[in-house]
Design a protein around this ligand. Structure first.
Ligand code: FMN
Length: 184
């Protein structure tokens, strides 16, 4: 797909299924992260790849975090949490990894990590791979952050779900450009 066509047509794919994209396709997605705008080239990000049985471990962690926050869970609540990581064959945990720098505040570094995540969404779409960026309260939960091994300088920017698109992609309708871009 041409770059502009990809940028103009990307949508999220909430329903994802097997198979996992092959390794070359995945590498193209990961490489796109490095072309995010990045003040002072700090690369203020890192990514955890969760696939296969690691998704069960993430499910365990979600249950642990929910128990610590809300107390005992019903069987149904627990099963619902355990199913979440199985919504896609692969999840990339996108982490903003703050590096102290005299000219680059944390906000800029978070934005850069977000741009890296968006680049991966676009690279997935350009190759016909389904992707969706999710957070939810668990992205901001200390038990989850500790369980995934984040340091105090790090935060979760999002969980990037990747896989084969299940169902139809939605049609894109672009807003009026002039509603958002005004000459000053
Ligand atoms: C930081 C961030 C977190 C998001 N978290 C969620 C989420 O937890 N659940 C969700 O349904 N959509 C979430 N979204 C929105 C979807 O990824 C998606 O962009 C939105 O549904 C619009 O669909 P589109 O990407 O096809 O335009 C999030 C987006 C961003 C940028």
């Amino acid at each position: 797909m041409k770059a502009l066509d990809a940028l103009h047509s990307r949508t999220s794919a909430p329903r994802l299924t097997e198979p996992l994209p092959d390794s070359l396709v995945l590498e193209n997605i990961y490489k796109a992260a490095f072309r995010a705008a990045d003040h002072a080239l700090l690369r203020p990000w890192r990514f955890l790849i969760i696939e296969g049985e690691s998704r069960d471990r993430l499910g365990d962690l979600l249950v642990k975090a929910a128990r610590e926050k809300d107390g005992e869970l019903s069987e149904e609540q627990e099963q619902k949490l355990r199913r979440k990581p199985h919504r896609a064959p692969l999840i990339v945990v996108c982490i903003s990894s703050y590096k102290e720098h005299p000219k680059v505040p944390q906000l800029e570094q978070d934005l850069s990590a977000g741009a890296a995540t968006q680049n991966m969404l676009n690279a997935a779409h350009a190759q016909g791979v389904g992707a969706m960026w999710r957070t939810g309260s668990m992205a901001y939960n200390q038990t989850i952050m500790d369980g995934l091994g984040l340091t105090e300088q790090e935060k979760i920017i999002g969980f990037l779900y990747l896989g084969t698109i299940n169902g139809n992609s939605k049609k894109v309708s672009l807003p009026e450009i002039d509603d958002f871009f005004q000459t000053w």
